[in-house]
Ligand binder design. Structure first.
Ligand code: HEC
Length: 177
């Protein structure tokens, strides 16, 4: 006895093809659902650990002491760049206009008092961090790591001045020194 007519069999074949096609399509769709962007959240202590030692950093102007000029809120300082930040400096050690610092760049301003470090002002390029402000994490510490401006202040005391020069990714030193 014939269970299915040829026509029914054809219909069933088409139906199963459609079901499989739908299942595959669904799988493809599922794969394209965007995964949530991973956010990072560096703490004050973690940032301090990254800047405490000058190992692996390159000093601006060979580590000479530089005088802060208006509108600098600080006096004499030295400046250093980690390898990511240093990678975009030109042969003169300058970030040319239009420079965009790569992620994880760190710039440390060692603010001096009587020849020794009194404060560290820090910028870390971290656009995915929850505390990012204009792409950077901002922090200021005393020499022993005591926090003066925590990362969670989101650069509220910093970006006003630093935004005056969006030209070099918010850095100011290359225009003034
Ligand atoms: C009143 C303006 C002003 C404020 C506020 C300010 N800065 Fe600056 N900052 C400057 C200037 C100007 C320079 C360039 C170097 C110099 O002459 O001191 C500079 C340089 C720096 C540098 C070296 C990289 C660069 O931009 O050239 C870092 C790092 C830095 N500041 C961090 C901070 C942090 C962190 C804060 C907030 C806690 C802050 N700054 C607040 C004006 C300011």
């Amino acid at each position: 006895m014939k269970l299915f007519s040829t026509r029914t069999f054809a219909h069933l074949s088409i139906l199963s093809f459609l079901i499989i096609a739908y299942a595959c399509k669904k799988e493809v769709l599922d794969l394209t659902v965007p995964t949530p962007e991973t956010t990072v959240q560096i703490t004050d202590a973690e940032l301090f650990e990254l800047i405490e030692s000058n190992n692996g950093y390159t000093y601006f102007e060979e580590g000479n002491t530089i005088k802060g000029v208006p509108p600098s809120p600080h006096g004499d300082f030295k400046l250093r760049f980690n390898s990511e930040a240093a990678s975009v400096l030109n042969a003169e050690g300058i970030a040319p206009a239009g420079t965009v610092f790569p992620e994880n760049s760190i710039i440390v301003k060692e603010i001096l008092s009587g020849g020794s470090i009194a404060l560290y002002a820090v910028m870390q390029k971290q656009p995915a961090d929850v505390n990012t402000a204009s792409g950077w994490i901002w922090g200021e510490y005393e020499a022993d790591g005591k926090v003066l401006y925590g990362v969670d202040t989101k650069g509220s005391s910093c970006t006003g001045c630093h935004s005056e020069n969006p030209n070099r990714d918010l850095t100011r030193v290359f225009d003034l020194h």
